[in-house]
Write a protein that binds this ligand. Structure first.
Ligand SMILES: CC(C)(COP(=O)(O)OP(=O)(O)OC[C@H]1O[C@@H](n2cnc3c(N)ncnc32)[C@H](O)[C@@H]1OP(=O)(O)O)[C@@H](O)C(=O)NCCC(=O)NCCS
Length: 401
């Protein structure tokens, strides 16, 4: 049996973090631990003990996540790992149980994560809740379908300038779409704008696009020059390109696509409704490859359902099955945008993981039904649920955490 509790000091914190860190190679050094603890406080790092020894850990960032029509406190679950000496003996299950109970007590209605493997988290009530794609655009296929009138001006900025210029653009994206988490100044500095020694040869470049007197877009990218037979075979890696308006997004991407020398522009973590599909003349040539992105867990079904907005009026009664968080189990009535307990007959029945999939709007109830993940108990209930939960634009989480 494993005992699980939050780390009590820096040493326990480090050993819990080593649960996952060892799979990446070296253990984090003092400086890395110090940095990480600025983002993930001690009390949010759970450690699993056996016989007094730490054998695994699981942490959660204190996020505000954009959900349809607003933001909600959200646990950004991360650094989950169990020592290989203790695998498949229930340590992860003990960690997940303790973490979810803790989040419930803290009043954080949702949790979200990026999964190292798709097979791990469904059993703990997480549902695949967003898609992301990566592209590889060859220089010769970078033209837009329609001429773009460029009204903005791009310029390089230092990391210090970026600290104040980037966040308002990010906030605009966060207001526009579900799936983004609010970045604190420490997050910007440590996770996005830092220039680590190991990237010295190909440092991040920071660019803003000024339009109508304001910074309305930014990009972070790296260049990897290479010449073969005298011809450039360089790679341009776009780490993040965000616009606050459609014009600004189109212009910052035009800026990136026009940079000299690259043979292939690579970007990942793009939403499947990215404007590039319609901006580019040859979207097929982007070679867009889709994978799963955020997984969402409704920690408190009532608060989570009441905390987002809906695309239409109407009501629905949902019977939720949740074996891990029994406080969610049973029938919930969603009416006028608020969810409450009910004795009314259920119209839909589904697992809390399937509800997590539908929560941000990326997966419809029809899709869940096609996959046998929801039961329709009243005629037309799937259609009604789709009309309520559907949301555009689709969720987008531009950063793995
Ligand atoms: C993934 C990991 C945390 C699992 O820890 P663990 O202590 O071995 O898991 P548990 O013994 O508690 O397993 C709980 C359940 O999950 C299943 N499971 C665990 N890891 C799994 C995996 N990678 N794929 C499929 N199923 C898995 C177990 O079979 C068990 O199923 P059951 O409840 O039906 O019996 C561990 O293998 C690990 O640290 N992996 C490398 C790092 C990693 O991928 N971390 C996740 C980062 S998102």
């Amino acid at each position: 049996m494993f005992e699980v509790r939050p780390a009590r000091d820096q040493d326990e914190y480090g050993r819990a973090l080593y649960g996952v860190a060892q799979y990446f190679g070296a253990a984090p050094n003092e400086e890395q631990l110090e940095r990480f603890s600025k983002l993930l406080p001690l009390e949010r790092m759970h450690a699993a003990f056996e016989g007094g020894e730490i054998v695994g850990g699981a942490g959660s960032f204190p996020f505000d996540l954009s959900v349809p029509g607003g933001t909600l406190p959200c646990a950004g679950v991360t650094v989950v790992g169990v020592y290989p000496t203790h695998r498949r003996r229930g340590a992860l299950r003990a960690l997940m149980d303790a973490q979810l109970r803790d989040l419930h007590e803290r009043g954080e209605p949702i949790a979200a994560l990026w999964a190292s493997e798709e097979t791990i988290y469904g059993r703990f009530g997480y549902g695949l809740a967003a898609w992301a794609g990566q592209v590889r655009i060859k220089r010769e296929w970078n033209a837009y379908a329609r001429p773009l009138e460029r009204r903005g001006r791009a310029r390089f900025v230092t990391p210090e300038e970026a600290r104040t210029l980037f966040p308002p653009v990010w906030e605009a994206a966060l207001r526009e779409r579900p799936g983004l988490f609010r970045r604190t100044p420490a997050w910007w500095e440590l996770r996005r704008l830092r220039l680590p020694d190991e990237e010295k040869a190909n440092p991040k470049r920071f660019v803003v696009l000024e339009l109508d007197g304001s910074v309305l877009a930014y990009a972070i990218y790296r260049q990897f020059p290479n010449f073969e037979d005298g011809v450039s075979n360089a790679r341009l890696e776009v780490l993040e390109a965000i616009g606050a308006t459609p014009q600004a997004t189109a212009e910052i991407w035009r800026f990136l696509l026009d940079i000299d020398w690259y043979a292939t522009l690579e970007a990942s973590l793009l939403p499947v409704d990215h404007p590039l599909f319609l901006l580019l003349a040859t979207p097929r040539r982007m070679k867009f490859r889709v994978g799963d992105s955020l997984w969402v867990r409704l920690v408190d079904v009532g608060a989570a359902l009441s905390g987002r907005q809906y695309a239409s009026d109407g009501s629905i009664v949902i019977d939720v099955h949740d074996a891990v968080c029994p406080w969610n189990e049973g029938r919930w009535k969603l009416d006028g945008g608020k969810a409450s307990r009910t004795d009314d007959d259920a119209e839909l029945a589904l697992g809390v993981d399937a509800l997590g999939s539908a929560y941000l709007g990326a997966v419809s109830f029809s899709e869940l039904w096609n996959a046998g993940r929801v039961e329709e108990l009243a005629e037309g209930a799937i259609r009604r649920a789709d009309a309520l939960f559907c949301w555009r634009p689709l969720p987008w989480c531009p950063e793995i955490f």
